[in-house]
Design a protein. Structure first.
Length: 314
């Protein structure tokens, strides 16, 4: 399978390079090969998942009395919104995504304002602030679980004990807050880079004119900078929502999907290969998640398109 995934794109490129008149007939052939390859690896699995969502497909090896796979229509979709566990997972996903995105935007904007000026060691500070975003999600989750939240040797409990307070079981008592903390720590650099790009695209002559007219720094930020950053804030919120709503690694490593921390992706995992082995209903849950993701992605593309048009006008 891996050889096929590597060979097909290379075949398309070779056709374009070796076919006489590659700008015409050969170029079109390479385009068709690339298009068919893209459809095969992206849309065919999705179509199979749609088919499975209308069946009662289960892993027969996990049942004492295997049940035959049959077509059940929209029963899986009808059961989605009557399932209290799925509703709880949806609500957890909403809270997790909103909190992580909003806090990441706030901290990212503050750090961007800090970096949007020259000072000694600016390059080192910028590198250190970007580093959390470069870590794998599993590594970030393990760092916080073992080095920060651990009741035995975690830094947070050491600080509490130092000031005379009792230790706190952060992950057990506050699972959602613990996961949101990790997500904010990892996604703040991403928001910071977007906000920094917005700040550096702001016309400096307008800021200087406002300062000459006696406007305070807070007034300049509220009246000029913040409206200019509106598009960048929208873009950061939408892009962050697309990725954070799919959070899985932090939940798996820190809580294992315990009460109050299971979002929709982890719920789908539990329904399928995570122990439930109900692939039909899990496919229906996944299709619903894909639909919501497409809606969010559509808004993101519109915001990005508007942002690019505004940059072209400027």
């Amino acid at each position: 399978m891996l050889s096929i995934l590597i060979f097909l794109p290379l075949a398309g490129g070779l056709v374009a390079a070796l076919w006489p008149g590659s700008g015409g007939r050969g170029g079109r052939t390479a385009g068709y090969i690339s298009l068919l390859f893209t459809i095969a690896i992206t849309q065919l699995p999705f179509l199979v998942s749609i088919y499975y969502s209308f069946t009662n497909l289960k892993d027969r090896t996990q049942s004492i009395i295997p049940t035959p796979t049959k077509f059940v229509g929209i029963d899986n979709y009808r059961a989605i919104f009557s399932d209290p566990f799925f509703r709880q997972a949806m609500w957890t996903s909403v809270k997790m995504t909103v909190l992580a995105v909003v806090l990441s935007l706030v901290f990212g904007t503050l750090f961007a304002l800090l970096l949007d000026r020259r000072f000694f060691g600016q390059g080192i500070v910028r590198t250190l602030l970007i580093t959390p975003f470069l870590l794998m999600p599993v590594v970030a989750a393990l760092i916080w679980k073992q080095q920060m939240f651990s009741s035995l040797f975690g830094i947070l409990d050491k600080v509490l004990n130092f000031v005379g307070l009792n230790s706190v079981s952060w992950i057990s008592d506050h699972p959602l807050a613990s996961i949101v903390t990790v997500l904010v720590w990892q996604w703040t650099p991403f928001m910071m880079l977007i906000m920094l790009a917005g700040l550096q695209s702001q016309p400096s002559d307008i800021i200087e004119a406002a300062g000459v007219d006696g406007a305070s720094p807070f007034g300049i930020f509220r009246q000029l900078t913040l409206p200019h950053l509106r598009r960048y804030l929208e873009l950061g919120a939408l892009l962050g929502s697309i990725y954070i709503v799919q959070a899985f690694d932090a939940i798996d490593q820190m809580t294992g999907g315990g009460p109050g921390s299971t979002n929709v992706p982890y719920f789908v995992y539990q329904e399928s290969i995570g122990g439930g082995f109900r692939y039909g209903s899990a496919s229906a849950y996944a299709i619903v998640v894909v639909i919501f993701s497409i809606v969010i992605a559509t808004f993101s593309l519109r915001v990005l398109s508007g942002l690019l048009k505004d940059e072209e006008r400027a």
